[in-house]
Write a protein of this length. Structure first.
Length: 70
């Protein structure tokens, strides 16, 4: 993984104004579940892995909408 992707992920995670409940990721992207139940994603998105109906990468956290409540 290129070093700049790691830096982007670290900066994005450190700039969160919410408290993460769980964080996961891989291959240049991260997924954050907040204590409020929101899902945030950030990082590389070349295959749509951020779940934001786009393949544009993001260096900021983006809320994933439209997830079913379990």
């Amino acid at each position: 993984m290129p070093k700049h992707y790691i830096l982007i992920l670290l900066v994005s995670l450190l700039s969160l104004t919410v408290y993460p409940q769980q964080i996961d990721g891989g291959n240049g992207h991260a997924i954050i579940l907040t204590k409020e139940g929101n899902v945030l994603t950030t990082g590389r998105n070349n295959f749509g892995q951020l779940g934001i109906n786009s393949t544009k990468s993001s260096n900021r956290t983006v809320r994933v909408n439209g997830l079913p409540i379990m």
